[in-house]
Design a protein around this ligand. Structure first.
Ligand SMILES: Cc1cc2nc3c(=O)[nH]c(=O)nc-3n(C[C@H](O)[C@H](O)[C@H](O)COP(=O)(O)O)c2cc1C
Ligand code: SF4
Length: 531
């Protein structure tokens, strides 16, 4: 009988049927092979008890990481940063309108929520004041007048990709904030934008070491002579991995990385878990004094606070040696700080969160009369205006952010920073993935994020009745406790400085500062609501 379909079509159909049968056969054979592998293996109980289907659990767990944020998670649910926080950062980076409609989606009764104490007579736009540059290291040969209260926290070239560092550097220059190198040394990419640089000295002293890994005065002096480098930060610890060193595997030590870090190419490089030359308060102050003497620039420390009695001991020793021996700044990192890679128990459970450690350190420095001498820098999930304003209330002179700026660069929180597969090109050295990160475009976003952050922190300050963010005090914020009621922050952490606890004292202090800054009648400062 004659076929109903023409010959060529029948041939194609025959071919497709054959392919289909073959694929079903291969699929069936694969299932049988996987079944045998699963039922005979001993390492995974789920796969042994539920051969083949047990494997979907791993697949769905992995896919869940990606899809949860799009389909299932509510605005305020995810960690470490929820969608509302990420979107604020992304909108601030994009520039333009950063308003939201209808009302807050935030659950305001959760413990830890901040309520700022707005004022019946907010600061008029005409009475707002510019936040003046703040001097760090007044006793150095070259003090730093830091223009921005919001800056970029340490992230090394290596943890971040080349285009990410280029974008941060150019963006920092546009926004007038500083960029901290992180512990991986100073790369040409950090310098590309000609921004202010804070050079971090990690335990391996990358970029500032001699052949044996000791601090090199020659390198220090060369860095100190560079006008772009404004300060040096000795990293004692960081929130995500206090007391943890690391190994940079030889395969990652390219010629370029080796030259930047001052280590041999192709060989494993070990970061000790502590500075081998800094084991006591005396040695710490000696090191600070030495680096300051060689470079002429402000020198501070970065640490996550667990035990804090040592700070009293340090300030006692400073008084004994003379005020100029103090660290010029202390960067306090939160116990829940970020990193490229760290063990979970260190990330989760070691070190105090910034909300406790910041007022604690501020109280100690104020008790020792070091408020003006030792500047306080805070970091740790301070990526939205309310978090930054809260840190200023708690005693910070400056706030630095790492992951906030990663969101400005386009980070989607896929949590693959340690895998070299970052889909946005920020933490990968795969040049194909880096193609998506255009340094020129992202620099604008970095700058927008920083500028909009400052602007919205100012809005909170004005709402509280003060002319600029650094006039925010502890009594300007209340914290929700476990029973859902809020308590003034100055009652939770009373300060030795009356201006933190008492609105009238803050107003007196503000007037005195105004008189000192400009010899003209000070602007009336409105009395905050709770006064
Ligand atoms: C990718 C990445 C790399 C980091 N590298 C360093 C580093 O080299 N040195 C350092 O002191 N901190 C490093 N940190 C920690 C940050 O500087 C910061 O202290 C911490 O992430 C908390 O700030 P955040 O919540 O704004 O991210 C790194 C963080 C990230 C996310
Ligand atoms: S997008 Fe990249 S930088 Fe952001 S969390 Fe994922 S891997 Fe890390």
């Amino acid at each position: 009988m004659e076929s109903l379909v023409p010959g060529p079509v029948a041939a194609v159909l025959d071919f497709m049927v054959t392919i289909f049968v073959l694929m079903v056969g291969i699929g069936f054979a694969a299932v049988v092979v996987i079944f045998i592998i699963d039922i005979t293996q001993h390492r995974d109980a789920i796969r042994r008890n539920y051969p083949v289907v047990g494997r979907f659990r791993t697949l769905f767990t992995n896919l869940g990481e990606f899809f949860r944020q799009y389909f299932f998670a509510m605005d305020r649910e995810e960690m470490p940063f929820n969608r509302a926080e990420r979107q604020w950062a992304a909108r601030a980076a994009a520039g333009g309108d950063n308003t939201v409609a209808f009302g807050s989606t935030k659950n305001l009764s959760l413990a830890g929520t901040l309520y700022f104490v707005n004022c019946p007579f907010p600061t008029l736009d005409t009475d707002r004041a510019e936040t003046e540059p703040m001097i760090i290291g007044p006793t150095c040969r070259k003090p730093y007048a830091a223009p921005s209260f919001f800056n970029i926290s340490g992230m090394s070239y290596g943890a971040l990709s080349k285009p990410a560092i280029q974008a941060l550097s150019r963006g920092a220059a546009m926004a007038g904030c500083w960029l901290n190198t992180g512990e991986g040394g100073l790369s040409p990419f950090h310098l590309e934008g000609e921004c202010d640089i804070v050079f971090q000295i990690g335990t391996a002293k990358y970029g500032v070491r001699d052949g044996e890994g000791n601090l090199s005065d020659e390198r220090l002096a060369a860095l100190g002579a560079d006008n772009r480098i404004k300060m040096f930060e000795i990293k004692l610890s960081q929130g995500a991995k206090p007391g943890k060193g690391g190994i940079l595997p030889g395969i990652k030590v390219s010629e370029e990385i080796a030259a930047i870090r001052g280590i041999p190419a192709g060989q494993d490089s070990i970061s000790p878990n502590r500075h081998p030359d800094i084991g006591t308060i005396g040695e710490l102050l000696d090191r600070i004094a030495h680096i300051r003497a060689v470079t002429g620039k402000p020198v501070g420390i970065k640490c996550v606070i667990g035990a804090y009695g040592w700070l009293d001991a340090m300030f006692d020793e400073v008084k004994h040696r003379g005020e100029e021996s103090a660290p010029d700044f202390i960067t306090v990192d939160s116990g829940d700080g970020g990193t490229g890679a760290a063990p979970l128990p260190l990330m989760d459970n070691v070190g105090l969160p910034i909300r406790e450690s910041l007022p604690t350190v501020d109280n100690i420095r104020k008790r020792h009369g070091m408020k003006q001498r030792v500047r306080l820098i805070a970091s740790g999930k301070l990526i939205t205006p309310s978090a930054v304003a809260g840190a200023l209330c708690a005693g910070a002179d400056f706030v630095v952010a790492a992951r906030g700026f990663m969101f400005a660069l386009g980070c989607i929180q896929s949590l693959k920073c340690n895998k070299n597969t970052c889909p946005t090109g920020i933490t990968t050295h795969n040049t194909r993935l880096q193609r998506g990160l255009n340094p020129a475009d992202k620099a604008v976003k970095v700058a927008n994020y920083c500028k909009n952050m400052r602007k919205e922190v100012e809005v909170i300050a004005h709402s509280c009745g003060v002319p600029e963010p650094r006039r925010l005090r502890r009594f300007h914020v209340r914290v929700v406790e476990g029973d859902g009621r809020s308590t003034p922050f100055n009652e939770l952490f009373p300060s030795p400085d009356a201006a933190d606890n008492d609105p009238a004292a803050a107003i007196r202090e503000g007037r005195a500062e105004d008189r000192e800054a400009k010899p003209r009648p000070p602007a009336e400062v409105a009395i905050p609501a709770q006064a």
